[in-house]
Design a protein around this ligand. Sequence first.
Ligand code: MN
Length: 287
Amino acid sequence: MRLVTLHTDGGLRAGIERDGKYIDIAVNLPHLPSSLRELLELGDVALGQLQQLLDRNERPTFVRGPVRLAAPIPDPPKVICIGLNYRDHAAESGAPIPAEPVLFSKFSSAIIGPEEPIRLPKVSKEVDYEAELVIVIGKRGRYIPEQEARQHIVGYTIGHDVSARDWQLRKPGGQWLAGKTFDTFAPIGPALVTKDEVGDPHQLNIELRLNGQVMQRSNTNQMIFSVDKLVSYISQVVTLQPGDLIFTGTPPGVGFARKPPVFLKSGDTVEITIERLGVLRNPVVSE
Ligand code: MN
C-alpha cells in the first residue's frame, strides 16, 4: 500500500494512493483515526482494514479533483538520522568509515511534504542536498534484535536531509544538530510505501537531480549499516515507536564535496527518486 497524508477542507487526513488516485480513509472507514501516525499505532489490525478496503469488490470512494499531499507523517515522534552510511560519501567528506553508526537528529518542526518549499535561512550561505532512504517504524520496541528488526518496520519513504554545511561543520562543539534541523530541512514523501511493496530495502536505486541534472546516483546496496542493524542499534538508546523516522544516510555526490562546491539557491528544484517509492520534489526559496 502507498499511504499518504492529504490536505483536505477538514485538515490533514490519512489516505491511500492507488493508480494515481487518492482515497480519503476517513470517508471510507470513519471509525479509524484520521492521522497516519495514530493509524500506525493501531498496528496490523488497522493496516488489514485498509487492505480490505482496496481488495473488496465494492469500490472505495476516491477523492475528486486535484489533491495536494502533505508529508506522509507530518508529526513523527522522533526523526533520527544516520551520518556517513555510504563508503564513497564518507570518503568524499574526508571522514573515516565509521565502525558504528553515527547518530544525529532533526526536530519534527523541520518536516515538510512534497512540493513544499525548502527555505534557505538568511544565516547560512552553504545549504546542501542529501538524498536518503527513510525507515518508518510501525511497532514499538527497545533492544530489538537485528533478526526481528523488520517486524518493527512498517515501510519506507524518501527523505531529503537538507544540511547547512557552515552550521554543521564550522560551529563550536563539533555537533551537527543545528546545521541539520533548520525549519523545512526534512522534506519527506510522497508516500509511506509498506514493506511488502518495497521488497528488499537494500536493492533500491536512489538518485537526486538538481534542476534536472543528476547529482547523486547510487543503490541502497552500498550502505555500510543495514536497515536491520540501524533499527537494532538505535533501539539500544531509545524506545522506537510508531511513526518514528530513521534517515539512513546519503550516497556520494553532495554539493560541498564538489569542486567547485555546489549549494542550493533560490529558484532551484530538487527531485529525489528511489525505486518503488516514487519522486520527492521540492522547490527552493529564500527565507
Ligand atoms: Mn544525511
